[in-house]
Ligand binder design. Sequence first.
Ligand code: C2E
Ligand code: MG
Ligand code: MG
Length: 418
Amino acid sequence: MRSLSVLILEDNAFQLMALHQMLNANQVFNVLTAGSVEAAKQSLTNRGSVDIAICDLQMDGPDGLELIRHLAVTRQARALIILSSNERSVLDGAAHLAREQGIWVLGSLQKPASAMALRELLEGYRACVQCADEPSSPVTVALRLSQEDVRPFAPGQGVGETAPLEQWIAHYQPKVSLDGALLGVEALVRWQHPRHGLLAPGSFIEAVECAGFIEPLTWHMLALALTLSSRVQHEQGEPLPVAVNIAPSMIEQEDFAPQVLALLARFGLPASVLTLEVVESSALQVSTVQLEALLRLRMQGCQLSIDDFGTGASNIQRLLQLPFSELKIPAEFVRCMAVDGRKSAVVAGALIMARKMALNVVVEGVETLSDYRAVQALGQPTVQGYHIARPMAEEDLLQWIDQRKSAGLRSTHALADR
Ligand code: C2E
Ligand code: MG
Ligand code: MG
């Protein structure tokens, strides 16, 4: 693969040098450096476009946001990495702003940038670009397949049989009640890349959406999750409830709801085993026909969850428009909740609202015992997070379930302390 070209905008000479060295260590030798926005613009004009711009936000004079606006207009960088010593909320805000302007944001680095984090972002870029450039890659091949080629999957049919999709695998993260009972799992896509290893969705889901591949990917994930559910039903007598992430563009399709019901019927599973988690990054336009279809899904027993509630477009207005049965409180509100009164106020408020609206609540990203205890103090939501278990492959999950059963474990403390 050709080597990458990268522009670094950074006004601190030491940080600039450190980043330059980290890039070299990652086999990136085509590096443009600039200590000001003006110099960065000049450099791009003189030397041409780059693959990635690493953009520091804060600087004297015109700041990094100015360069982001420039890149949005000129398209002189294929992707962007945001760099800042500001709080995470500022980095997230800048990333959101860039995405709104149509820029592919690889991620953000908090200063001092870690070599490992930079490497992961570069690998994510390489994997995505390679997949777009190589004619035989999963994304491009799958794009050429008709929908009938990639769906539906009958229960007995190995989902891996469709060659281009076999690299997309599901990892499953348990959701438990506060007394430790397993309530279901969330299916999270992973890309088992032949060269780059196992990739998390943060490094490719945006590119997958841009490439128009989200639809076959979603049907694939639904089929994987329902395969697991029916496997558990077969082995243990009860189907395992599964949740699958659904991009808003899927819901906008008129035949989405009937297709989901048809898939459930093909697996011989009741609709109540399936939760559709709507991941909202952009506004969702729902017609009355689609709303009717979603209501029909709900009436059949399928759960509809608003993911990352309170972030992006997953807001209260959306909650009132669609027939949601669950809201998921994202990790950013939960992380360090034990020591941050504002965060616990947000979570407590969401719980009160949800209770009054008869919604189930899942608190995500419960990573530590102290955050777990802080959640526990607020009521009885469902919890999901590293404190309980990390996302894992199907066989590991089944082993995890078996081990808990044989140990008679119900307490989440006991789980996490093991
Ligand atoms: P999400 O649906 O909100 O999923 C939760 C994310 O939080 C997962 O990241 C999970 O691994 C991570 N997580 C869970 N517990 C903890 C914790 O205690 N601490 C921390 N730091 N993180 C935790 P993952 O798997 O990287 O997925 C990221 C996002 O990618 C998902 O967020 C979802 O929006 C999207 N995604 C994942 N799979 C799919 C998919 O099949 N289709 C679509 N459209 N989006 C997907
Ligand atoms: Mg989710
Ligand atoms: Mg979430």
